[in-house]
Design a protein around this ligand. Structure first.
Ligand code: ADP
Ligand code: MG
Length: 449
C-alpha cells in the first residue's frame, strides 16, 4: 500500500522521476499509532536525507496525507522522523509495553481475557454494556458492579476485560483482581501471624486500590471473619469512590447465608446477569476461538459442537481445543466422525455430571491454572506437586477409589506415593486453615450444592 500511496502523490502532483526518486522513494513507514480516534503515522527519513528533512516535510506532508486518506480511508497526522528519533521512539514504546505488561501481571490478569476477545450475545449483552460503562468511568456510575451467572459463562473473562481496559488507558491506576479464595487465604495468613503489622499490611494493601475486582464471592459466605473484613474493605473503598466489581454464581438476594449488611451493599450499584448462550452466540464464540487460534474447522463440525454443548462456554471451548489438539497430533483434518468419536464423553445424552477422576483432575488443574497433564505428569516443582496431592486426596475422599487405581490414573504412580499424598494433605489441612479453605472451595467446584 505504501508504494501505491507514493505513486498516487507522484501522479497527482505530476512529479518527475528524479524528484520522485530523490524525495519520496526513500521514505519508509516506521510505525502506526492509534490513540483513541487519533491516528499517527510515523515516516522514517533515511539519514542521508537529513539535510532535506525540512523541505520534505513542508512540501510533501499534505499531499501524502491526502493520498493516505484516499487509499486507506484513514485520516492520519504524519510525523517525520530520522533514524535517531526512531530508535528513541522504539525504546519508549518498549518501556510503555513492558510497563503495561508489568501492571497486567501485578493486577493478576490473564492477557487473553479482554473485551476484544469477548463475544457479545443476547445472553450477556447487558453485563457486557455494564462492564464497558464501568471500565470507561470507574468509580463514577455503577458501584459496585455485581455480575452473576453459572459456571463457565464468562464472568471472569468480563472482569479481566474491565481491568485491562482501565490499565490500558491509564497504567497508573491501581487495579487488583483477586479470587475470594485468595482474599480469604491472605487474611487467614495475616491473622495467623498474629501480629498487628501483618494485619495492617493486609488492610493497607486492600484499601490502597483504585479498582478492586473480587471473583466468586460465593466462596466467602459463611466465613465470618472474612465477611467482616470484606465489609470494612468494601466501605472504605466505596466511600472513597473506588470502583468495586464482584462476581458470584447467584444474585445477592439468593445468597442465603450472606450477611444482610453485605447483601444490601451489593445491591447499591448495578446487578447484571449472564445466562447460557443461545445457538448464534455459541457459533460466534466458536468462530472467534477458531480465528484467535488461527485454525480452520469446517462448518459441519462447528455446528455439531454448537448444537450439542449448550450450557457452558468453557466446555464449548474445551471441545474445540480437544479436536484441534487431536488433529495436530494425528496430522488429520477435523471431521465430523472425529468430532463424534472424541467428544462422546463431553456430549453425553442426559448431561448428568458424575464425579469421575477426570473431573477431579480437570477441576483441580483449572483451579490452580495448570494443565491436567501436569497433574498426571512427573514434574516435581511445588506448583505442581501440591495440586497433584490434592487431586489424589480428593479422588480418595470424594469417590473413594482404591489407592492403586488412583496411582494408575495419576500417571502410573506407586500406591505409596498416593498414601503419602493423602497423608500430607490431611496433615496440612489440620495445620493450615488456608489449605482447608482451598480444599473446601475445590470440593464445592466439583460438587456444587
Ligand atoms: P466463569 O468465570 O463465568 O466461570 P469464564 O470467564 O472463566 O467463566 O469463562 C470460561 C471460558 O469461556 C473462558 O475461556 C472464556 O474466555 C470463555 N468465554 C466465556 N464467555 C465468552 C464470550 N462471551 N466470548 C468469548 N469467550 C468467552
Ligand atoms: Mg470465574
Amino acid at each position: 500500500k505504501w508504494e501505491e500511496i507514493l505513486y498516487t502523490v507522484k501522479l497527482e502532483h505530476e512529479l518527475t522521476d528524479v524528484s520522485f526518486d530523490t524525495w519520496l522513494k526513500p521514505l519508509k513507514v516506521h510505525s502506526f499509532e492509534k490513540n483513541g480516534s487519533a491516528n499517527t503515522l510515523y515516516i522514517l527519513i533515511p539519514a542521508e536525507q537529513q539535510p532535506a528533512f525540512g523541505y520534505i516535510k513542508k512540501k510533501y506532508a499534505l499531499p501524502l496525507r491526502v493520498a493516505i486518506a484516499e487509499i486507506t480511508g484513514l485520516d492520519c497526522s504524519l510525523e517525520f522522523i530520522l533514524p535517531e528519533e526512531a530508535q528513541k521512539l522504539e525504546a519508549k514504546k518498549a518501556t510503555v509495553t513492558s510497563n503495561l505488561n508489568e501492571c497486567i501481571e501485578k493486577a493478576n490478569l490473564n492477557p487473553k481475557y479482554t473485551f476484544d476477545t469477548f463475544v457479545v450475545g443476547s445472553n450477556n449483552n447487558f453485563a457486557h454494556a455494564a462492564s464497558l460503562a464501568v471500565a470507561e468511568s470507574p468509580g463514577e456510575m455503577y458501584n459496585p458492579l455485581f455480575i452473576y451467572g453459572g459456571v463457565g459463562l464468562g464472568k471472569t473473562h468480563l472482569m479481566h476485560s474491565i481491568a485491562h481496559f482501565i490499565l490500558e488507558r491509564n497504567p497508573e491506576t491501581k487495579v487488583l483482581y483477586v479470587t475470594s479464595e485468595s482474599f480469604t487465604n491472605e487474611l487467614i495468613e495475616a491473622i495467623r501471624n498474629n501480629n498487628n503489622t501483618a494485619t495492617a499490611r493486609f488492610r493497607e494493601k486492600y484499601r490502597n486500590i483504585d479498582v478492586l475486582l473480587i471473583d466468586d464471592i460465593q466462596f466467602i459466605i459463611g466465613k465470618e471473619s472474612t465477611q467482616e473484613e470484606f465489609f470494612h474493605t468494601f466501605n472504605d473503598l466505596h466511600s472513597n469512590k473506588k470502583q468495586i466489581i464482584i462476581s458470584s454464581d447467584k444474585p445477592p438476594k439468593e445468597m442465603q447465608t450472606l450477611e444482610g449488611r453485605l447483601r444490601s451493599r451489593f445491591e447499591w450499584g448495578l446487578i447484571a446477569d449472564i445466562s447460557s448462550p443461545d445457538y448464534e452466540t455459541r457459533m460466534a464464540i466458536l468462530r472467534k476461538k477458531e480465528e484467535l487460534d488461527g485454525y480452520q474447522v469446517n462448518d459441519e463440525v462447528i455446528k455439531y459442537i454448537a448444537t450439542n454443548i449448550k450450557s457452558n462456554i468453557r466446555e464449548l471451548e474445551g471441545a474445540l481445543n480437544k479436536l484441534m489438539a487431536c488433529s495436530r497430533l494425528e496430522k488429520k483434518e477435523i471431521t465430523i466422525e472425529m468430532a463424534e468419536q472424541e467428544l462422546r464423553d463431553i456430549i453425553s445424552p442426559d448431561e448428568k455430571r458424575e464425579v469421575t477422576p477426570e473431573l477431579i483432575i480437570n477441576t483441580v488443574a483449572e483451579h490452580f491454572g495448570i494443565r491436567p497433564e501436569d497433574i498426571k505428569g512427573k514434574k516435581r516443582n511445588s506448583e505442581i506437586v501440591f495440586p497433584r496431592q490434592i487431586a489424589m486426596y480428593l479422588c480418595r475422599e470424594i469417590i473413594g477409589i482404591p489407592l492403586k487405581s488412583i496411582g494408575t490414573i495419576m500417571g502410573k504412580k506407586d500406591h505409596t506415593t498416593v498414601i503419602h499424598a493423602c497423608n500430607t494433605i490431611v496433615a496440612d489441612m489440620e495445620k493450615s486453615e488456608s489449605t482447608r479453605n482451598t480444599v473446601e472451595i475445590i470440593k464445592k467446584k466439583i460438587t456444587p450444592n
